[in-house]
Design a protein around this ligand. Structure first.
Ligand SMILES: O=C(O)c1cc(=O)[nH]c(=O)n1[C@@H]1O[C@H](COP(=O)(O)O)[C@@H](O)[C@H]1O
Length: 285
């Protein structure tokens, strides 16, 4: 099962998920000012990052908005990036945060679990309820795919709705209960479900509460680095072992900014990945 593969990658390499939230302004000048097309430039930047980090990390998360914002060339680079991740034997998470229902969700499944934009995992917003989540189950049963549904997001505005109380419990705990329940049919050999949850590292105490109630949920954990999350914040959460992958996007892919504009940019990216690995490992023990 895909979740078993992700878990093993996290244990064997590190629980790092590199976020390929690629913007043109992140490209070093040698690439940005070359006569390549936008598609080529964006893909080349991602490829260099993947080639120089794949031995250190569990997976890559590709946030589709950055590619959509560059139009069709951006989407071609998105598609090629997903294919390249697969070619390298690595796992991809398509951060698409889809939230529609029934036949539309079925179309999203087709769009992102097969064809040009095929990924191993996608992110889902479950606000519309079970019919915004269940259309993906057939891919989890049959095609070795998985989803991460938003439970407690890393941003400040997550307090607006996710903290509201229902029957004395915050909404995010109610959503976590659903993730636990809906995920029961997809539990792999390692004890984790292919229906995972997104919980930000920026609220470590609440994360611990969620984790203790969801023993089979594997987490996608954003918020490290640029949003202030640190290795220390994972200490209690990973106390009994790895139960998720920690994403860093800007913290890794902009490591070279202000330092170099040539091909050596990847050295800075690799170094920041190594620093993050060390920071997490220090608190894992
Ligand atoms: O689903 C996500 O990945 C996500 C959920 C969340 O609660 N917070 C969050 O920041 N993200 C994503 O994680 C990435 C964080 O990027 P950095 O802050 O640059 O590391 C972005 O792609 C966000 O869209």
């Amino acid at each position: 099962m895909i979740i078993d593969r992700l878990y093993r990658e996290a244990v064997e390499k590190s629980p790092i998920c590199v976020g390929l939230d690629t913007k043109l302004e992140y490209l070093p000048k040698y690439l940005l000012e070359s006569d390549k097309s936008i598609e080529e430039k964006i893909f080349e930047f991602n490829k260099q990052i993947i080639d120089n980090t794949f031995d250190l990390v569990a997976c890559y998360k590709v946030q589709i908005a950055f590619y959509e914002s560059l139009g069709l060339e951006g989407l071609k680079a998105y598609s090629r990036t997903l294919k390249y991740i697969k070619e390298k034997g690595k796992i991809s998470i398509a951060d698409i945060k889809r939230g529609d229902i029934s036949s539309t969700a079925e179309a999203y499944g087709k769009a992102h679990f097969q064809g040009d934009f095929e990924a191993d995992f996608i992110t889902i917003n479950p606000y519309m309820g079970i019919d915004s989540v269940s259309p993906y189950f057939e891919y989890m049963d049959n095609e070795e795919k998985g989803i991460f549904m938003l439970i407690r997001t890393s941003n400040k505005g997550s307090e607006d709705f996710q903290e509201l109380l229902i029957e004395d419990k915050p909404v995010f705990m109610k959503v976590a209960e659903k993730a636990n329940k809906w995920g029961k049919s997809f539990i792999g050999k390692e004890g984790f479900s292919s229906l995972g949850g997104v919980v930000g590292l920026t609220y470590p105490e609440e994360f611990l509460q969620i984790k203790n109630n969801n023993p089979n949920t594997f987490f996608l954990i954003p918020g490290y680095g640029a949003q202030g999350g640190k290795g220390e914040d994972i200490k209690e959460i990973f106390k009994d072992g790895i139960c998720g992958v920690i994403n860093s996007s800007r913290g890794i892919i902009t490591a070279h900014k202000g330092k170099t504009e040539d091909k050596s940019f990847v050295n800075f990216i690799r170094q920041n990945t190594l620093n993050m690995k060390e920071d997490i490992e220090n608190w894992q023990r």
